[in-house]
Design a protein. Sequence first.
Length: 532
Amino acid sequence: MKSKNKKHLIITLCILVISIVTLVFSNINKEDEDLAVIAEKVNNTIIPKPINYKEAEGKFTLNKDTKIYVKGNTEEETTEITRIAEYLKGKLSPSTGYEFTIVKNEVPSGNSIYLTTVEGKEELGNEGYELTTTTDGIILKAYKPEGLFRGIQTIRQLLPAEIAKSTLVNNVEWSIPASTIYDKPEYAYRGFMIDVARHFFPEDVIKQQIDYAAQYKINRLHLHLTDDQGWRIEIKKYPDLTLIGGSTQVGGGPGGYYTQEQFKSIVQYAADRYIEIIPEVDMPGHTNAALASLAFLNPDGKRKPLYTGIDVGFSTLMTDSEETYEFIENVVKEISAISPSKYFHMGGDEADSTKKEDYDYFVGRVSKIVQKYGKTPIGWDPIDTAPEINSSTILQNWKASNEAAREKNMNMIISIASKAYLDMKYNSATPYGLNWAGYIPVETAYNWDPTDYAPKNLVLGIESPLWTENIATEDEMEFMIYPRLLGYSEIGWTPKSSRNWPEYKVRLERQGLRMENEGINYYKDKDIWKSK
Ligand code: TNX
């Protein structure tokens, strides 16, 4: 009796195990199949990949009479959507030669692109959108105008690659496959950073980079405005910061800086593309340019010499001097007044010449100054390890260590150097950049997820920083940023479960022509662009 029961139990267990295994395998197979179906269906061009794309019969073809209709829920919204329509027109007119008359508050009657927030679903959030293309025209619907701006980037990518040219192209059929797209981002923060301190890049270069990044639905640009080699933002109370501290750069070039008016102009240009500029003043280390400009910041009351090398970790502000904090407060106050972002980045990295207890005291105090001016502080690790730093500060995580931030429930921006650093070389043969965190080929840049480094509930999103110790020109900058930024944009936008390298690679290959037509100097990786 007893052994019969045992037998039964073993048989039942076996059946259970077999059923579970079968179930798991059939699901894996189903996922594979789904993937193959998706890869075939998606016309494989859109980056970042939308959550849901369904192709239908037919296509819509633009012609000289195609109009753009706009309608918001309020007059104010209609005005904002009109600006988005003008942006779209600016991107479609040069290559097509069509006029795209903008019509406000009327119901579209076919042959049109309709941009509207009327009946836009709240579940789409600020950035989501629904895009329906029929043989009659395009309807783009969003909950907020920002979602329409993200959606028009998808429209651009659905058109033939020649659309990206800035001169008239003949003999192209400007059509979009009939389709429906439902789309919204996985993460709210999808950023990149440019270090304008090591090498200075003028206003027009930054604006060009903002416009390029906007097409991949990037929504933050962090400007690393100060470092040992340069102070790049005018502070009216301390003109020497830019007169002296802005006068050179790595290798001894002429340097430069943004006047407050220029900074505001960059902020506005970015805001018109729904990109938020986040200013950084790095401290207490990385401060030689300030120490070279203002004598009172130095223990001996004398200005330091300017620095044009690429070492890190040798400079520090005096953490026990009230004059230091008065200086910081004045700087934070002036920048906060011209920076609408709710964030202020206070640096905090590589303070190797500051004793740990001084560092802790300093970052705790500065985080309070930043908050006094209505901003949320962001800091590089190890800022999270300072006792006074709590969940009201955001950690930008560049090394793998974020235990303190986890314990304190701090939100994080993931920028792990070995995956996300745009200044790391692609491989040993590519000419610019560094390799202290390893090489980052295009595949490595794509194949990771922020949840590899932090619990999802704490992740605000990702940022890929371009440090510029040996990036000196706009061409070099673009070579480092592109095509890796496309991968980062997809990591931030598309859920992990619908991302995979082989399928992404197909879309990326096709994006090459667009980047080329636009004039982006991207790295033409032989693994992706085989014939080039
Ligand atoms: C580390 S990342 C730095 C920067 C350098 C960069 C070069 C970080 C917070 N600090 O000062 O520019 O490496 O890759």
